[in-house]
Design a protein around this ligand. Structure first.
Ligand code: NDP
Length: 479
């Protein structure tokens, strides 16, 4: 079904951001050329247009960045009055707000996510994280980790491409609030917002070396997390790389937090408000093109309402607008990279071969760029790979259940345990489910809601450690 009426294009202006033709590495408070001179290109995934040439940090660059972070830790940051550290974080938060329109456009161009999301979700949360942790900087004595808790030292942080600036904020804000210094590596396909964030650090007059930003690919990440000069590793990304990192730091004194993949169940009971549940299902799996570690990628629906819910869901999906990420009407943007598109296609074809039934609304996809339509698979069983593996794209697998016990069993039948959703009108059932679901976050009658005050993290192969809230401080304190 197509939209009842067409919307005129409402593009946000690209001119709000000025992208340089090339960028250096941000080490010791300034942009420097990489020591071994390698570079790579970052593209706009909605057009495949090259946006900029970015430096690829090699081992000498990692040495320099870690040394800069160590010096800043020893001479400035860890010695600074906590309230003064807080002032810097407040300043960064305000600058992020001031430049949020520019950064939202940049994020949508480099990542492919709709401007509606980068403008209304990513950027407000980025600033909120800095504001929140700024408040903690001089209150660590009261955080519940004993009197005068101490920082760890230099944190090596590696982040993915799905929420480039938000993941940076999740990592940097608590680290700095606790008195650590940072070397961070953004993902290869989305380096630009981190580089513009470096300009904000210069604007904020942050002492040199407190934050160092190394662009590069997986090898740069590996060099960073295995570097002897760091005290703490914080990683968000795939379970596979998370396991490799856990192995590489085993036996060292490095403290580690890993935020890895997910295959969340979004469980809809027959007494749920169905139209609201449909909105939550859409928010759960089509937000950010499904490139969300806690995406509600498995819909578990009570058998008695399955047919009704599917009719409503398909009707709603027919109204989603897929296309230009900078158009303010767009609901679903571009897939972040050709590699991710290939992975989504491959797993969807496996779904076809394993006998699930594929459905997508009619939608015209642009000729250039990386695109995948919103997709629903019905007739999925727990044995299907599309019910077990993280697709990390706009693909929903639908399973049914009859009893609450069966819902719990199916929801927990996964190697992951990052998030879950429950839709029912009964508060008692929400609590009953929340006690039994093995997931770090359980949303009730909503999905994919984030807040800096709330801890986030996984069970099982979704990783360990918590980010956000008071809990998020623990990862950056010697406690
Ligand atoms: P990765 O885990 O490879 O990437 C995450 C980050 O780690 C990136 O910055 C990456 O660099 C870096 N990295 C890669 N290899 C290493 C290494 N050996 N040591 C240290 N750092 C490393 O995820 P992908 O981008 O390859 O995505 C693959 C799949 O992972 C997705 O399809 C999705 O299923 C899942 N994923 C889950 C995420 C989550 O939030 N849970 C986020 C992203 C992906 P670079 O980007 O340059 O390769």
């Amino acid at each position: 079904m197509t939209s009842p009426f067409e919307y005129a294009p409402a593009p946000e202006s690209r001119n709000l951001v000025s992208i340089r033709s090339s960028y250096g590495l941000f080490i010791g408070g300034e942009f420097v050329s990489p020591r071994d001179g390698r570079t790579f290109k970052t593209v706009d995934p909605s057009t495949e247009e090259v946006l900029s040439e970015v430096s690829e940090a090699g081992s000498k660059d990692v040495d320099l960045a870690v040394a800069a972070a160590r010096q800043a830790y020893d001479t400035t940051w860890a010695r600074m009055k906590p309230a003064t550290r807080g002032k810097y974080l407040y300043r960064i938060a305000r600058l992020l707000q001031e430049r949020s329109r520019e950064l939202a456009v940049l994020e949508s161009i480099d990542n492919g996510k709709p401007i509606r999301e980068s403008r209304d979700v990513d950027l407000p949360l980025v600033a909120a994280h800095f504001f929140y942790y700024a408040g903690w900087a001089d209150k660590l004595d009261h955080a519940g980790f004993g009197p005068n808790p101490q920082p760890l030292g230099v944190a090596g942080q590696v982040i993915p491409w799905n929420f480039p600036l938000l993941m940076l904020a999740w990592k940097i804000a608590p680290a700095l609030a606790c008195g650590n210094t940072v070397v961070i590596k953004p993902a290869e396909t989305t380096p630009l917002s981190a580089l513009h964030f470096a300009e904000i650090l210069q604007q904020a007059d942050l002492p040199p070396g407190v934050v160092n930003i190394l662009t590069g690919a997986g090898e740069t990440g590996r060099l960073l997390v295995t570097h002897d000069g760091i005290d703490k590793v914080a990683f968000t990304g795939s379970t596979e790389v998370g396991k490799e990192i856990a192995r590489s730091v085993a036996g060292t004194n490095k403290k580690v937090t890993l935020e890895l993949g997910g295959k969340a169940a979004n469980v809809v009971f027959e007494d749920a408000a169905l139209d609201e549940a449909v909105e939550g299902i859409v928010e759960g799996i089509f937000f950010n093109q499904g490139h969300v570690c806690c995406a509600g990628s498995r819909l578990l629906v009570q058998e008695s309402i399955a047919d009704d819910l599917m009719v409503r869901l398909k009707r709603r999906l027919g109204t989603l607008r897929v296309g230009d990420p900078l158009d303010k009407n767009t609901d679903v943007g571009a897939i972040n990279s050709s590699a991710q598109l290939a992975k989504i296609r491959e797993l969807s074809e496996i779904g076809d071969r394993e006998g699930a039934e594929r459905w997508s609304p009619e939608c015209e996809l642009p000729d250039r760029g990386y695109w995948f339509p919103p997709t629903v698979f019905t007739g999925v069983t727990q044995a299907h790979r599309i019910a077990r593996e993280e697709i990390f794209g706009p693909v929903l697998s639908v399973l049914t259940f009859r009893t609450p016990d069966e819902a719990v069993e199916k929801a927990n039948n996964t190697p992951f345990g990052l998030s879950a959703g429950v839709w029912t009108e009964k508060g008692s059932r929400i609590l009953w489910m929340a006690q039994r679901l093995r997931a770090g976050v359980v949303w009730a009658n909503t999905f994919n809601k984030f807040d800096p005050t709330s801890p986030f993290g996984g069970y099982k192969e979704s990783g360990y450690g918590r980010e956000g809230g008071r809990h998020g401080l623990e990862a950056y304190l010697d406690v």
